[in-house]
Design a protein around this ligand. Sequence first.
Ligand code: ATP
Ligand code: MG
Length: 393
Amino acid sequence: MKCVLVHYSEIGIKGGNRRFFEKKLVENIASSLNGRWDPGCTSNKTGKSASKIKNVIKGQIERKRGRIIVRTGVKNINLLTKIAGISSFSIAEETQLALPKLKKIVINIAKRSKKKTFRISASRANKSFPHTSMQLNALLGEAVLKATKMKVDLHKPEIEIFVEIADKAYVYGEKIQGIGGLPVGTAGKLVCLLSGGIDSPVAAYKMMTRGCRVVFVHFHNHDPFMSKIKHLVETLSTYQGRSTLYLIPFKDLQQQIIKKTEPKYRMLLYRRLMMQLAEQIARKEHAHGLITGDSVAQVASQTLHNLNVIYEPVTMPIFSPLIGTHKQDIINEAQKIGTYKTSIIPYTDCCSVLIGKHPETHGKIKDIKKLEKKLRIKALMKKALEKAEIEKI
Ligand code: ATP
Ligand code: MG
């Protein structure tokens, strides 16, 4: 019988908590294949989709010593490339532990592949099976040699046929890479300051693959480009399921800053304000910290001096997972996760409005605080939060 065999790597090295991670991964696979990916939904015990997912898990998804067997949704298999925690997966033949059966399946896979060289890679988790992995490699390899014109190549085979011995046997000839990491929903919640640029979507993705659920906040001073931001969140939500996006009007705050401050300091004031507003949303959302797309020295706002100034008003932890990553590597990652094309659509981020030709690169907290005192914007901040639009994507 055909099934999907799912492997995970990092969860495997978890000690006592391993079951918790495995269970979450199973839930995420079930709700994704079920067409309504919402990693929170199985904890809602009365929800309709929760019971549907529980049924899917009961009937068709099984956890077994270091692997997950999925007996449904073989047609949606590509969805698994979006689920954090999975290191690789394969469409496998599930069969009884009988050598003649195994030989037949291995020969079939070899023949269908139409390749010239092969190797068998057997692994035996179930030690009650009488043949060791080495013996299996030899026995099954011999069977393929006899039945085909193929040759063995242990180092660079055109096809590697895997045989895994558990309480049943699983045989497959192709491994599809997953994104690895840890399942979304195992590490708590974070709020990401999402700009329309290349970096912050990648930063959000990286935290998702460490198990975090991410809520998005975007500050804007005009509406026509909101579809770009929503599209970015749509793409990112393929990795975590249903997502929340806060759209916060920044125009009034920005105009007040422009009125009261000379151009070179404005960008620092914008960003400090954004951080404080995002922190308030994070508290409301019971999140554990903020995410930014900052990368040291990439632009004027990201000198070490300025990052000190920008992060100073926030008491929550701030996570900037791209802080030491080069731009080209960030671009490559953005292309891989599918956000790049949207990110490069022309868009004027409100952070770059009227900031002068030479923004301050060595900001000092003391000076910036003085400028902020003159702003008198507490009421405007409150209003911006009240006017926030909240979208579920
Ligand atoms: P990005 O590519 O993520 O836009 P960037 O290199 O353009 O980053 P900045 O524009 O200085 O750098 O932004 C740095 C970080 O500040 C962003 O990664 C994001 O986390 C946050 N940020 C900037 N503008 C906004 C915005 N309009 N709304 C929400 N967050 C923002
Ligand atoms: Mg930007």
